[in-house]
Design a protein around this ligand. Structure first.
Ligand code: PLP
Length: 497
């Protein structure tokens, strides 16, 4: 299948899209069309395991990858997940389900794609005849960084470097990243917020001088951020898989619509759900959940994207984002795939921090999306009440999604024309990944030490503690450097030596 840039005429193969990460014109790569999954194919997925379902979805986009090899790579990636099922669906009450995406090596949903991306990238280099080594640059609000580091550590022909906002990630996230093993990894804190890190990385990507300097050292730049289609593709699969699990367990019949609530930051996860819908998955509404940084809520309500506003640090740091990169892919679809208009809007966004869409585009968006946001207190209360009622502990990001899902369900129930569907809340992190905030939500108690928090949550909930989080307690801190935004590229060059 061919891929196009959202901002211009560039056309590439899937392998090229993955190797390049970002188009030359600054746009994001999108598939030339959405491949369909027919009702029969969906039915045939019922009998498959997770890796097989994912292989079916991915091979529709990445047809130049050998399907057997792809399946083997997916099997290997998902065999690293604890508990046997990479994306289990848990029923908590009638009509309400949790899609648990946190059983991977770093306990957040980023593992669903980042355990697979190294294969997609390596094979992509082979398919496109790339001879250089690859430098993967990552800007992270906490979870992507660690998942990418784990995915790429010790991979041949690749170096990976992660930038995170010094004050903008949780203690556990920092500890996870800074204890990563492997000779080809580097982790650097930046004085600034996530948007500063992301802008810094994008600048390197868009600078011909930087690229030339890297080429001289024998490196090609690629991205593990969700702007890379190789991140997006594996995420589409779990929406299909969740749907199949609902049919298999006789919660719904094949063809019934299902709603999904997704805790949203960079708009990658929920965009994958939208892609699944475009491919034919019977999806009703997608609930776009934000924390106090509610740019997307306002956008979905009034059609104006305005990121000129205060930035809040919250207990759901992976959603503390004002510029959601992947929204560009949705804007492109809403505009009827008008690349010039998309480029114009993205120009306005970087120049003035603002753009708007037409009334009919907004209407199209609202047909698929509903948006709501949760403040800190609302999130805490939601986590507490849900645990009281169902004995199910959620992490802070998932708490935001649950709050938004409840808002949506309440509105549908009040609306005489409302269409209630089963609701799947996408659970993006283990509660143990944010132990202090989760313990506070569950008990009102503050603890300073993350591991004490883990122990208390375990006593309270009896939920199993992931092995990977237990281990890092005893690992040495390898990375301690804090730099300013303007020194990011300098740091890259130093790392490459
Ligand atoms: C990254 C992340 C999110 C946000 O996902 P996007 O794809 O950036 O919208 C939500 N929750 C957790 C735990 C995350 O790590």
């Amino acid at each position: 299948m061919e891929f196009l840039s959202t901002r211009g005429k560039e056309r590439v193969t899937g392998a090229q899209a993955i190797v390049k990460g970002l188009a030359e014109d600054g746009g994001l790569f999108v598939p030339a069309r959405f491949p369909a999954v027919s009702a029969e194919e969906l039915g045939s997925m019922l009998g498959m395991d997770y890796a097989e379902r994912a292989a079916l979805v991915l091979s529709k986009y990445l047809d130049e990858y050998d399907p057997n090899e792809l399946l083997a790579a997916l099997r290997a990636a998902y065999s690293r997940f604890e508990g046997g099922d990479a994306a289990p669906l848990v029923r908590v009450e009638n009509g309400m389900y949790m899609l648990e995406l946190f059983h991977g090596p770093t306990c957040a949903f980023k593992d669903m794609a980042l355990t697979v991306l190294p294969y997609l990238l390596k094979k992509g280099c082979e398919l496109t005849g790339v001879k250089e080594k690859v430098l993967v640059l990552v800007a992270t609000s906490g979870d992507t960084g660690k998942a990418a580091l784990e995915g790429f550590k010790n991979a041949g022909g690749v170096k990976i470097m992660t930038f995170y906002p010094d004050e903008g990630v949780s203690k556990m996230q920092k500890l996870q990243m800074c204890t990563t093993e492997g000779e080809n990894v580097n982790v650097v804190a930046v004085n600034g917020n996530f948007d500063d890190c992301q802008t810094g990385v994008k600048k390197i990507f868009n600078s011909p001088e930087c690229k030339a300097a890297l080429k001289e050292k024998g490196y090609l730049l690629s991205s593990a951020n969700s702007i890379n289609f190789g991140r997006l593709a594996p995420q589409i699969a779990y929406y299909f898989s969740a749907y199949c699990d609902l049919v298999s367990s006789e919660q719904i019949q094949l063809g019934d619509k299902v709603d999904f609530a997704v805790p949203t930051g960079n708009f990658g996860n929920i965009l994958a759900a939208y892609y699944a819908k475009q491919m034919g998955l019977p999806v009703g509404k997608l609930v776009c959940a934000s924390n106090r940084n509610n740019v997307l809520t306002d956008f979905c309500k009034c059609g104006i994207y305005d990121c000129k506003r205060p930035f809040f640090k919250t207990m759901s740091p992976s959603m503390d984002i004002l510029v959601s990169s992947n929204l560009e892919r949705l804007i492109f679809e809403l505009s009827g795939r008008d690349a010039a208009l998309t480029a114009e809007r993205m120009q306005a966004l970087s120049a003035k921090g603002k753009y708007s869409v037409r009334a009919e585009e907004l209407k199209t968006m609202q047909e698929s999306f509903y948006a709501a946001c949760a403040g800190e207190n609302e999130t805490v209360e939601c986590i507490y009440e849900f645990f009281e009622e169902y004995g199910y502990p959620m992490d802070t990001h998932t708490g935001v999604a649950m709050y938004a899902a409840q808002q949506y369900v309440a509105e549908v129930e009040e609306d005489p024309d409302g269409e209630p569907h089963p609701m799947v809340v996408v659970s993006t992190a283990s509660p143990y990944k944010f132990p202090q905030d989760v313990l506070y939500a569950l008990t009102g108690n503050d603890v300073k030490d993350s591991f004490k928090g883990i122990k208390r949550i375990n006593l309270l909930t009896a939920m199993k503690v992931p092995e990977s989080l237990k281990e890092i307690r005893y690992k040495p801190l390898r990375f301690k450097k804090v730099i300013s935004v303007k020194n990011m590229f300098h740091e890259v060059l130093e790392f490459l030596g």
